[in-house]
Design a protein around this ligand. Structure first.
Ligand code: BES
Ligand code: MN
Ligand code: ZN
Length: 506
């Protein structure tokens, strides 16, 4: 995956040999202000940069793009000025996200066509800024071309351009290494999510995981259909039984010799969610190849963690099944037995994610984890509550939900804490089994799903549930470093969780 890594250099922007040179511009009160990193370019242009940008109508608005021909004044023939918004828009997190987005927007704007090399001379005064620029650029360069027989010019699929980040910051090399690990993990997730579900089903997804594990030095164990049936994984076998592609449970492990704590990540791996016999309408099915986004995020995070080597043990569970309405499919009113023995009345076969996750959560007791995080494209209600870009975080207690949402935001992802109100639990009472998989009332659907999962969390464990139904898949126009399709949501958050647990912060 680490093809074409980012180069880092301290050389001056005017001599950077690239097809395109990206600089920043902020939104000043009296017009556009060339940002730090553009000084050398401004000097090469005879200090005309601000005037030129102004004349071209630039304002410095976030992600605004202004292209200038260098006329030979810089080694790069094309200068791209990207807006960074108002200087001082509130704190370091906002500033770093502004850099990531600007780098991503600018790289997207020049990627493709004849551009073979891109240099970025954005504000990169310290390691954190350098990482933000590199990460935004790498994520902005991503494209999914597997199924294209020709590109827009009809010339065959393009190779991606080289990236050079101009930074003299202390720790710049390490910062770029971190950006590279995160970007590789997210690109893996994007590829897996974007892959046609006719090609990505439990067996092939597990094979991909094995390949990643092999490359990253992770240990892997794969339970096939027979092992799941023998082991009593009734959630996975129940959800998977309507498909010609049988389910799998993948367990990945990263170990650090000096680790004092163990974190478990579990990700929903429904490779396609038709709804089962509780069939979805066609429109609602269109994005359902992304229903394995949680499992992919756990895989991508583990790959990055293996590269970054935090001092903690991490176990990843990827429960994989295809939810289809075949002749052997589970029926509304079927009772199944989850790993560990609790019974569930399946009243709606479209509430399948919680069933496969229940198996994984119950199984994770064997790892005696200090913290469990599950990530899942679990409910449409998440989109209703928080919109398409903000993940909902629920937890065994509200302080933990707040802490995990904060870790996500620290890592550059949007997330917000949500409650698990006890009074909603009785809606899941079943007339025949220990619990039903859906409530009679639809209110608080994201929270009800969280309450269901809570029943399968090992006793006393610290646990958080992250609903990424919206964030995992982007249906609108690309923005910043986010393309259409798979986004790579939750990778950065999970890596940050591992790092924070290793450092005793979580
Ligand atoms: N995979 C869906 C949730 C989803 C919806 C993800 C939209 C991304 C975008 C999940 O399996 C599902 O179908 N949930 C149902 C639950 C309901 C039956 C209680 C839902 O949200 O409608
Ligand atoms: Mn469903
Ligand atoms: Zn689903």
């Amino acid at each position: 995956m680490t093809t074409n890594p980012v180069r880092i250099t301290q050389e001056g922007a005017r001599s950077a040999a690239a097809d395109a040179l990206i600089i920043g511009v902020t939104q000043g009160t009296d017009g556009p202000v060339p940002a730090s990193g553009s000084e050398d370019v401004d000097a090469a242009l005879g200090n005309t940069l601000a005037a030129t940008l102004s004349a071209l109508g630039a304002t410095g608005r976030q992600d605004e793009l202004t292209k200038i021909s260098s006329g030979g004044a810089t080694a790069a023939p094309l200068i791209v000025a990207v807006g960074l918004g108002k200087e001082d828009q509130g704190g370091e997190r906002a500033r770093l996200e502004s850099l990531r987005r600007a780098a991503g927007s600018a790289v997207r704007a020049v990627n493709g066509g004849k551009t073979r090399s891109i240099a970025l001379s954005l504000p990169a005064g310290d390691a954190a800024e350098t990482e933000a620029v590199a990460l935004g650029a790498l994520l902005g360069r991503y494209s999914f071309t597997r199924y294209r027989t020709t590109d827009a010019d009809g010339a065959g699929t393009a190779n991606s351009p080289s990236l050079t980040v101009l930074s003299g910051a202390a720790g710049a090399d390490e910062a770029v290494r971190r950006a590279q690990a995160l970007a590789d993990g997210m690109a893996l997730v994007r590829d897996l999510v974007n892959t046609s579900p006719s090609q990505l089903y439990p067996e092939t997804f597990a094979a991909e995981a094995a390949q990643v594990a092999d490359g990253a030095g992770l240990t892997i164990e794969v339970l096939d259909h027979q092992a799941l049936a023998d082991g009593g994984y009734g959630g996975l076998t129940g959800v998977g039984q309507g498909s010609v592609h049988p389910p799998r449970l993948v367990r990945l492990a990263y170990q650090h010799p000096d680790a004092r704590k163990t974190v478990v990540f579990a990700g929903k791996g429904i490779t396609f969610d038709s709804g089962g016999l509780s069939l979805k309408p066609p429109k609602a099915m269109e994005a359902m190849k992304s229903d394995m986004g949680g499992a992919a995020a756990v895989l991508g995070a583990l790959q990055a963690i293996a590269a970054l080597k935090p001092q903690v043990n991490v176990v990843g569970y990827l429960p994989m099944a295809e939810n289809m309405p075949g002749g052997r499919a589970q029926r509304p009113s079927d009772v199944i037995t989850i790993f560990g023995g609790k019974t569930v009345e399946v009243l709606n076969t479209d509430a399948e994610g919680r069933l496969v996750l229940a198996d994984a959560l119950a199984r994770s007791a064997a790892d005696t984890p200090d913290l469990i995080i599950d990530v899942a494209t679990l409910t449409g209600a998440q989109l209703v509550a928080l919109g398409p870009r903000i993940a909902g975080v629920m937890a065994s207690n509200d302080d933990l939900a707040t802490a995990v949402a904060d870790v996500a935001r620290q890592a550059g992802e949007q997330a917000w804490p949500m409650p698990l109100p006890e009074e909603l639990r009785k809606g899941l009472d079943s007339t025949v089994a220990d619990i039903a998989n859906v409530a009679g009332e639809r209110w608080g659907g994201m929270l009800v799903a969280g309450l269901f999962l809570k029943e399968f969390v090992p006793d006393g464990a610290r646990w958080a549930h992250v609903d990424i139904a919206g964030p995992a898949f982007h249906e609108g126009e690309p923005y910043g470093y986010t393309p259409k399709g798979g986004t790579g949501a939750a990778v950065r958050m999970l890596v940050q969780v591992a790092t924070d647990v290793a450092d005793g912060r979580l």
